[in-house]
Ligand binder design. Structure first.
Ligand code: SF4
Ligand code: MG
Length: 343
């Protein structure tokens, strides 16, 4: 059973007064069906842009300039989302219905002037062509599913009347109203206090399992990754630099960037304990304008080899079964990268 989403060579760019901005520089990423995949990295590495590109909602003037995003739900013919017009009917039918997204701040998803319930029902009227009464009943069921204590009463509440945690639940209800195959969650708990964060993560995990959903969970919190994901991709400067099972990432990270991120995190046994944020790395992420020869991480990499890492661009290659990395220290990567340069 192949992945439900398969991203290859995805690039997002925009022309600016100062040159080309290239927030995504060739993303390769698979989302296995009915599982949670984590996407981690420092802020500015392109995590949110990847999420937006996946739904084909890159903020103007950014647009997809290369690559493919194949959605294969196993029921209908595979479709390349990157090839669809972002504003066209086919993409709009997929968005919300087969792919949905939740954000850090629910107020960006809700209109302040309408009730929570009417906004969820509106989604169902548009996408599912339900009648008014059926849409209302389904909306109330959704509010119940996400653990709203009084769904009928909350149906008539305006978003600003709810607490942060309840608003987050309501946004999840709206995102899941049309039973999407894939849910993209961009830092969904970052703005919440610790207790509420844990509740929302538990809710997402329960819904993922009950509904057999595929989830892409974007976070800068390694504790969240450890507890909720099956596979993880690590991003650096618009590229995925490592991708493997959550177990393998924490046990034996291969890329020096990942090793740096994990450096101050407790080992496997204490994974469930303390929450760890991404520790500060040496130096800072270069701006999206920078065009570096060789490995994008070489100015910050403690293992960089002069004359190699600043010259040859590493390609992603399998360095252990089911474990891919983009670092020239691995013979598999070096062979793939040099072969590609020569071609
Ligand atoms: Fe570091 Fe070189 Fe590997 Fe890049 S390719 S991560 S600079 S060792
Ligand atoms: Mg972000």
């Amino acid at each position: 059973d192949g992945p439900i989403i398969s991203i290859r060579g995805l690039e997002v760019a925009a022309r600016s007064r100062h040159g080309m901005l290239r927030p995504l520089r060739g993303i390769d990423l698979d989302l296995p069906r009915a599982a949670t995949t984590g996407l981690v990295g420092e802020s500015g590495c392109g995590k949110s842009m990847t999420a937006r590109a996946l739904l084909n909602i890159t903020p103007s003037p950014m647009r997809i300039t290369a690559g493919s995003i194949v959605l294969d739900d196993g029921k209908t013919p595979p479709v390349d989302l990157a090839a669809l017009d972002p504003d066209g009917a086919p993409m709009r039918a997929i968005r919300g219905r087969r792919l949905a997204m939740i954000f850090q701040e629910p107020m960006t998803a809700f209109s302040p002037v309408h009730t929570i319930g009417n906004q969820i029902a509106e989604m169902l009227l548009i996408h599912e062509k339900l009648g008014k009464r059926a849409a209302k009943e389904r909306s109330i069921e959704m509010l119940e599913l996400v653990g709203m204590p009084n769904p009928r009463q909350h149906f008539d509440a305006h978003p600003f009347k709810l607490s942060g945690g309840m608003r987050q639940r309501a946004m999840i209800a709206m995102a899941l109203a049309c039973k999407p195959d894939v849910l993209v969650a961009d830092e969904p708990t970052t703005a919440l206090d610790v207790t509420i964060q844990a509740q929302i993560l538990e809710l997402l995990q329960r819904l993922q399992q009950e509904l057999g959903m595929t989830v892409l969970l974007i976070t800068h919190d390694l504790g969240v990754v450890a507890r909720t994901t099956r596979r993880v991709a690590v991003m650096y400067l618009g590229e995925v630099v490592e991708e493997t099972t959550t177990e393998a990432l924490f046990d034996a990270p291969r890329h020096p960037y990942t090793q740096g991120l994990l450096g101050s995190v407790p080992r496997l046994g204490s994974r469930r304990g303390k929450r760890e944020r991404l520790p500060a790395m040496r130096g800072s992420v270069p701006p999206a304008l920078a065009e570096l020869p060789g490995c994008a991480f070489h100015p910050r990499c403690p293992k960089a080899v002069a004359g190699l890492c600043d010259v040859v661009k590493p390609r992603m290659a399998e360095v252990a079964p089911g474990h891919r990395a983009r670092c020239l220290l691995y013979p598999e990567v070096l062979a793939a990268s040099v072969a590609l340069e020569a071609a």
